[in-house]
Design a protein around this ligand. Structure first.
Ligand SMILES: *Cc1c(COP(=O)(O)O)cnc(C)c1O
Length: 433
């Protein structure tokens, strides 16, 4: 149905939203999350890309762990309903499904930036003339700090050894051919390519398979930060041959603030004790861990990168969310996500047409080059527009100058959420004109 006309046909958007919601097979999942209230009703929550909402199942799981601790003390490591000694494995199968990996390629551990460091220690190994590390320009600050400090750990000057790949002049996102050409051009000076999966600012989903191929053809390793990709877009890390990846659990994975992150290491790197890494007792042979032996005996697979025992409380809420992911399935979530974001995109164009406001979408219009997020610039508008949205219960991320980043999440956002947002945006742009 064509919806790309003027916003004066607002009623059509609202009706279409109602129909899409009626037909939405994932609609019942909204009830399984706590939507933050606004006044008498609910807020329009579009920041699942920053902090996912609380799954209603989280409380039971957390209370269960508290009860096991109360009941068993240290024995809960073996006696608990989800024995703590291997607690990280409660998440493994679901995380593997989310990122397209085999179970032994995935582990839940630590926090995102920590995992990025642990993996770079192993996969960024500058040697001879092969010294460079490639990231994207405008990377999330933590990733850039991690990259810079890794270079310094090797005594390398970031000026010459860090490559930050930028979009073309006047463009916001990277072209596949430009990324692969740059990788080929750096050739045997390139040690590691470490890009984001989905760019946090623009929402661009990187051509991960092509990048991995190009990096490998150049003789470099290839890894991704999937903070904005895990649980958002369908991934096939194993089949794409990605060397390593990491992600946080609190954005699309709804694991709660600061919750345990994830890591992926391709199976071809399993069982390589000679590979440099930072070691700890949780990466040591599980069967012999409690023999307290002095020498390290590496565990197979991604679990070999663990250093510490699992942070149970930090992982508990994520298990509730992963159960919803399992029930919904990435295929169905992606199908809804494509429709939901396309609906938002059409609506933004319609509102722009009707108000004359120059709304520019930074995110690629090609659905295969984005997840659910759209990043919109409201040129000429300022904080007052954001304040108006906030006043009406819209929760989006606002960055100067007038960039609205918003993520309609298929698990708990509805088409009606989007239509209501568009009405408020239309109103706000009028007021702010
Ligand atoms: C959210 C995010 C982080 C946050 O790192 P933490 O270690 O979880 O605090 C890092 N990198 C990217 C790309 C992110 O989107």
């Amino acid at each position: 149905m064509p919806l790309d006309h003027n916003w004066t046909h607002q009623g059509e958007f609202l009706q279409a939203a109602q129909r899409f919601d009626r037909e939405d097979v994932l609609a019942p999942f909204r009830e399984r999350f706590h939507i933050p209230p606004h006044g008498e009703g609910q807020s329009l929550y579009f920041t699942g890309n920053s902090l996912g909402l609380q799954p209603k199942g989280a409380r039971d799981i957390i209370e269960g762990e508290l009860e096991d601790w109360r009941r068993y003390g240290v024995e809960a490591h073996f006696e608990g309903r989800r024995p703590w000694v291997a607690y990280h494995r409660e998440a493994t199968a679901d995380l593997a499904a989310v990122v397209g990996a085999q179970a032994d390629e995935v582990v839940a551990m630590n926090a995102l930036t920590v995992n990025l460091h642990l993996l770079l220690i192993s996969f960024y190994r500058p040697q001879g003339k092969r010294t460079k590390l490639m990231i994207e320009a405008g990377a999330f600050p933590s990733d850039r700090y991690a990259a810079l400090s890794q270079l310094r750990l090797h005594g390398l000057d970031p000026e010459t050894h860090l490559i930050e790949i930028s979009p073309r002049e006047g463009e916001h996102t990277l072209r596949t051919e430009d990324i692969t050409a740059r990788i080929a051009q750096e050739g045997d000076t390139l040690a590691c390519v470490m890009l984001c999966g989905v760019q946090y600012y623009t929402g661009q989903w990187m051509p991960m398979r092509e990048i991995t191929e190009a990096a490998h053809a150049a003789g470099a390793t290839c890894g991704f930060d999937l903070a904005h990709a895990a649980g958002n877009v369908p991934l096939q890390l194993h089949d794409w041959n990605v060397d390593f990846a990491c992600w946080c659990g609190y954005k699309y994975l709804n694991g709660g603030p600061g919750c345990t992150a994830g890591a992926f290491v391709h199976e071809r790197h399993a069982n390589k004790p000679e590979m440099p890494r930072l070691e700890g007792w949780w990466g040591h042979s599980e069967a012999r861990r409690f023999k307290m032996e002095p020498d390290f005996d590496l565990m197979s697979g991604a679990e070999g990168w663990q250093t510490s025992n699992a942070p149970v409380m930090n992982m508990a809420a994520m298990l509730a969310s992963l159960a919803e992911f399992r029930a919904a399935g990435m295929d169905r979530m992606r199908a809804k996500s494509l429709a939901l974001t396309a609906f938002l995109e059409q609506g933004i164009h319609a509102v722009a047409k009707s108000t004359g406001a120059p709304l520019e979408i930074l995110t690629p219009s090609d659905p295969s080059a984005r997840g659910c997020q759209l990043s919109v610039v409201a040129h000429g508008h300022g904080k007052s527009l954001f304040d108006c949205l906030t006043k009406h219960g819209v929760i989006v991320d606002w960055r100067e100058p007038a960039v609205i980043r918003m993520a309609p999440v298929p698990l708990y956002n509805s088409f009606a959420d989007v239509a209501e947002f568009l009405t408020i945006l239309h109103h706000g742009l009028h007021q702010d004109a």
